[in-house]
Design a protein around this ligand. Sequence first.
Ligand code: PMP
Length: 392
Amino acid sequence: MRTDLLTRLAALAQQREQAGLRRRLHTVTRADGMWVERDGRRLLSFCSNDYLGLAQHPSLIDALKRAADENGVGSGSAHLISGHRSAHAALEEALAAWTGRERALLFSTGYMANLGVMQALLQRDDLCAQDKLNHACLLDGAQLAGCELKRYPHADVEGAARQLRTRPDAAALLATDGVFSMDGDIAPLGELAALCHRENATFMVDDAHGLGVLGAHGEGSVSAAGLSQHDVPVLMATLGKALGCSGAFVAGSASLIDGLVQAARTYIYTTAMPPALAAATLAAVRLAQSETWRRDQLQALIARFRAGAAQLGLPLMPSSTAIQPLLLGDAQAALAASETLQQQGFLVTAIRPPTVPPGKARLRITLSAAHQEGQVDRLLEALSRLPAVGPV
Ligand code: PMP
């Protein structure tokens, strides 16, 4: 008899429930800076990717309102039909200039950008080498392209080299997160770029968590590593994290961007982002470039958190970025720690398998320029009282 798809899906949810891994959706009923109201409680969030504290900035809100007054809300169609507006073009120019690339192309989400780039670049006979801890959408992109996907051990340049050398004649893409989304560490970008030069492979960096945060003017992890378009010809970054908005872009040579316009299905066959959102994002780019104090404040909070956590013997992971996970190992322990923190007024999510490898469940703590020193101290105090978070 034919398997009923809905029954099978329901069984999956049941299995996750039994394994203590069921995902649950909560509604935030109010957001005010780093404060959120959830399930009737006011919580101080340490799990947002709004690293520069721009999501509620009045300049972004004004830009969004003004552009909505002028353009309405929806773009009405895909970029290639009639959806591409001046606000999109202005944002693309600003993003290209910021990241030192010839051109940039907007996508509606980072997930779609990565799927589109991979599907446009890669064919069945090609090779794609990826860090094991890359974001899900990079992995999915290679699978969608149908090429051979090889995952090298985390940040292991020699491992990546071995994989590329298995097929020296195959067209190859090496893709890595710039800043790893669940670990917070930075990829060995200089060494990977040199490897790609040696092996004639194309290098792609997903800088979702580096743009705005790293580099003197927030240009991101690639520029902070002293690399240019020549070293990293395919740069992708998102607009929903440090920039406080939503969407993503790919930046690179004029010919890369033209190629994506021809071939990236997630660009061609989808509605362009609302132009008012593009206008708000441009305001965010200007603030991220000019208000260097936001990065200084964030760095100071990162240093404060790490020093305090080290003193308390908390299981810090080796990260110098806004993502400061505490490794608890056991999924139930991570969940219990997150629940206890919530009772004390903090929102810190437990990240469990399969998002992270088995035995590597953690509290993914993220810091923002919108946090205050005292708030970080209060979080440290609460963490030190958690039974599950002993020294490792
Ligand atoms: N890449 C990385 C490294 C990410 O962390 C994320 C989002 N979590 C994405 C891509 C996807 O971006 P978006 O949320 O815009 O789809």
